[in-house]
Design a protein around this ligand. Structure first.
Ligand code: ADP
Ligand code: MG
Ligand code: MG
Ligand code: MG
Length: 399
């Protein structure tokens, strides 16, 4: 801890120079802080030939709130180790970590600046045909290979202990599962949807289902999750797709990662009503988003069951009835967590550009109401939606 001090641009330069072969001592390095995230500092360090690396440093508090919200810098270790583990399993879709220093709470990684952040592209109405199939591979492989289907008991329990991550989990427990369902001061609710937000505070049937999802989040260490798979954690272009920002990683329910991504695609779906004025373009974007959700689930489920079939440590996990049962549960969880994501991004502390960038207030309120309705339906109906097509039908009939 005594080694820790907040990096200046010069510290970031030094860190990048000392811990990689990318730069030479004679290089004139430029460094600038450009992070737009909620929690951390992010520097780009660049030499005169244009080669660059990223230095990310955890601050001892949450950047978006300030020093009044202290937060462990151990999250840099968690982030680096999750990315390193996921990177060994799925290097194609995980940002490459070159070095990390737990005491300095700093990570050196590849610069993905040639790609763009998925959220801003989706807000702009762009489409990436390979998004869902690539993310299905990422999720199936990272989650399967950190699960009990592969690890032995001692390995698994050692890993669970290594990634307890209580402080960051507590943020999710509060912001994702608690705040939106009560009149909490952290909530951020636009006036126009206050009546719908209030309904959440009195909806006991919904609260009971959210309690079940939260209890599973707390007590179902199925696999090493990324923990924050929203569309701001994905860098993308037409060919590639890479995941960053794994500081919320811990052993939790597989459906949480899958559902976070589905929830973010649905937030964009809801937002498009206010973002896209042209009706043909709107229909196309909606079709694209639903196709991606379908491909994501189908791709994930078929890859995951293939892995259960061929790479499980025990034959009992290769049993096809068990595979079916297991994936049905993951689907129900995913739909439930997607519903929670829709709700918390609409009325909770952390909003998303997919809704916030709708300029017309009435249209924004309409999209926000849709996100809330959809979120509620997903949470309540997650056990009766037994195929992904049934989920898509529900979405299309929501409007
Ligand atoms: P936070 O944990 O604070 O949300 P992120 O890891 O999401 O931080 O990074 C914040 C921003 O910094 C990203 O939205 C992106 O613009 C930039 N960034 C982070 N990592 C990289 C990277 N490896 N390459 C390029 N830009 C990056
Ligand atoms: Mg981030
Ligand atoms: Mg707001
Ligand atoms: Mg983060």
């Amino acid at each position: 801890m005594s080694d820790y001090q907040t990096f200046t641009a010069d510290d970031a330069r030094q860190f990048a120079l000392s811990h990689s072969d990318t730069f030479r001592d004679s290089d004139k390095l430029e460094a600038e802080e450009f992070g737009d995230g909620n929690l951390n500092l992010v520097f780009r360090v660049k030499n005169q030939q244009g080669r660059s690396l990223i230095v990310k440093q955890a601050l001892p508090y949450a950047r978006c709130v300030g020093e009044s919200w202290p937060l462990t810098i151990d999250r840099a270790r968690i982030e680096a180790e999750v990315l390193l583990r996921h990177g060994r399993i799925c290097p194609e879709h995980t940002v490459q970590v070159l070095h990390y220093d737990a005491a300095k709470a700093a990570i050196l990684m590849e610069d993905l600046g040639q790609l763009t952040i998925l959220r801003s592209e989706l807000v702009a109405g762009k489409q990436f045909p390979r998004l869902a199939s690539q993310m299905a591979q990422y999720l199936a492989h990272t989650l399967f290979h950190t699960s009990d289907f592969v690890l032995n008991g001692l390995q698994k329990k050692t890993e669970v202990a290594r990634f307890l991550n209580p402080e960051l989990c507590l943020i999710t427990e509060d912001l994702f599962f608690t705040d939106p369902y009560c009149n909490h001061e952290r909530n951020n609710i636009h006036q126009a949807i206050l009546p719908q937000a209030r309904e959440l505070w009195h909806d006991e049937a919904l609260q009971a289902e959210v309690a079940r999802l939260k209890a599973d989040f707390l007590s179902k260490p199925q696999a090493l999750l990324h923990g924050d798979v929203h569309s701001g954690s994905i860098f993308i272009d037409a060919q590639q797709c890479k995941v960053i920002d794994a500081e919320f990683g811990f052993y939790g329910p597989i459906g949480f990662d899958v559902g976070s991504l589905i929830g973010n695609l649905l937030l964009n779906y809801a937002g498009q009503f206010g973002l896209q004025e042209d009706t043909t373009a709107l229909e196309q974007q909606h079709r694209y988003l639903l196709e991606q959700i379908e491909t994501l689930w189908q791709g994930f489920a078929s890859e995951f069951s293939q892995l259960m079939q061929t790479q499980s440590k025990e034959s009992s996990f290769a049993n096809s009835s068990y595979q079916h049962f297991f994936l049905q549960q993951v689907l129900a969880d995913s739909i439930g967590y997607a519903g929670c994501e829709l709700i918390r991004r609409t009325v909770g502390l952390a909003h998303v550009a997919d809704l916030e960038q709708i300029r017309n207030e009435q249209l924004r309120a309409r999209s926000e109401r849709l996100a809330l309705m959809l979120g509620r339906q997903l949470i309540m109906q997650r056990h009766s939606l037994t195929t992904i097509q049934q989920l898509l039908t529900l979405v299309q009939h929501q409007e």
